[in-house]
Design a protein around this ligand. Structure first.
Ligand SMILES: Cc1ncc(COP(=O)(O)O)c(C=O)c1O
Length: 389
């Protein structure tokens, strides 16, 4: 069958291939400890599950839902943004519930980007930004995030890229950013957010800020929409996948000005319908949880992170202890050619899988990423298996 040209250069997702290899090794009796994937293993709060159970038992909740989501969920999102991020969002016009942040990335690309235009994506960064821009027909252009710059964009480099593309007739119309950053765990500063908003206004660029990690190992969740004037040029994506242990539920949100929401809805309403109402009501319940919930979840991740630090020390990796999100990002020792060499060495010698940083872009070639989504005992077991190199 002839494939559409838009799939040129879009391969199978790295993890889907790697999981097959790990499966095969497990069939051979290897019992691999997989510290690769960032899917929270802990359950949502019991009240969230209870809400889903009770609501789904009702007879009047099974119909199609409004394209813009249930008002109950939109109100809960609005209150959540106010309470944690000090951002005012009109629940009727400035919020669009999503089936996870990932689908929002695609919808935004299909709404705004097309052939003949460039879109800036972080290197290293979440691989979906690159593939979604490619699928839209636009030209994804990597900008570098370097450890020596605290993984903040170099605005001089951004400017150069924009100028270079302009002179070849290609306007730059979008910029993906994500803080706390995945995979590096870098936290944002207010100063960075202000600079980004000023840059977007000056260069007439749409910023897509992807913000799913702000509650994980971070006491100060921040939204880019809290910067004055941000709604003019920023769309923010957020998600319950990590903050509320609901990755499989597929609940996220897109926040921005009424104009942006209406524009994206024009695309999205042709793709799907509102989510199952009991899922939306349970998500609203999750968003009403207080600080105790986040403290409880984070105390588990904090203990796991200590174990991961120890494991990385056995491997002679270097890393910052001040990282947020579900992973630890670490520089590999010089004895390895690159991150793939290091990851394969650990997999084949010690039956532990850690993610090579290069899958997030070439700037990750000398790094690995270790997930915290694994029981502390398993991380300890992984550490015991690794013989110092
Ligand atoms: C940076 C980043 N953005 C978005 C997502 C997708 O999140 P969701 O489950 O809300 O689609 C992930 C998932 O791993 C991620 O790491």
């Amino acid at each position: 069958m002839q494939l559409a040209q838009r799939l040129d250069g879009i391969g199978e997702y790295y993890f889907s291939q790697k999981l097959r290899e790990i499966d095969q090794l497990n069939k051979e009796g290897k019992n691999i400890i997989n510290l690769g994937i960032g899917s929270p293993d802990l359950p949502p709060h019991p009240d969230v599950i209870k809400t889903l159970q009770e609501e789904s038992a009702k007879t009047n909740v099974h119909a199609y839902q409004p394209y813009k989501g249930s008002p109950v969920l939109r109100n809960a999102i609005s209150e959540w943004y106010k309470k944690w991020y000090l951002v005012d969002l009109n629940p009727d016009t400035e919020i669009l519930p999503l089936i996870g942040s990932k689908e929002g990335i695609m919808h935004i690309c299909m709404t705004y980007f097309e052939k003949g235009f460039s879109v800036l994506v972080p290197n290293p960064g979440y691989p979906t930004y690159l593939s979604a821009v490619k699928l839209s027909g636009a030209n994804p252009v990597y900008y570098k995030l370097k450890e020596k710059n605290n993984y903040e964009p170099d605005f001089g480099e951004l400017k150069e890229i924009i100028e270079a593309h302009k002179s070849s007739g290609q306007g730059t119309i979008g910029l993906f950013v994500n803080y706390p950053q995945m995979p590096t765990g870098q936290l944002p500063t207010r100063d960075l957010f202000e600079k980004l908003v000023a840059f977007a206004r000056k260069n007439n660029i749409l910023i897509i800020h992807d913000n799913p990690y702000s509650f994980i190992l971070n006491d100060n969740p921040m939204s880019m929409l809290s910067v004055d004037g941000a709604k003019d040029c920023v769309i923010e994506l957020n998600s319950l996948s990590k903050s509320h242990n609901m990755a499989g539920w597929r609940v996220g949100m897109l926040c921005g000005s009424k104009e942006r929401i209406d524009e994206v809805l024009r695309f999205k309403s042709n793709m799907d319908s509102g989510m199952f109402l009991p899922v939306q009501l349970a998500a609203a319940k999750a968003l009403s949880l207080g600080k105790e919930w986040h403290n409880e979840v984070n105390s588990v991740y904090r203990k796991r992170r200590e174990k991961v630090f120890q494991l990385l020390e056995v491997l002679n990796c270097t890393f910052s202890r001040d990282q947020a999100g579900l992973f630890v990002w670490a520089k590999i020792p010089g004895k390895f050619k690159d991150c793939y060499d290091c990851s394969d060495y650990v997999l084949h010698n010690f039956s532990v899988f850690i993610t090579p940083g290069g899958i997030f872009g070439s700037e990750g070639d000398k790094y690995v990423r270790v997930s915290l989504c694994m029981a502390e005992e398993k991380i300890e077991q992984a550490k015991q298996r690794i013989v110092p190199t």
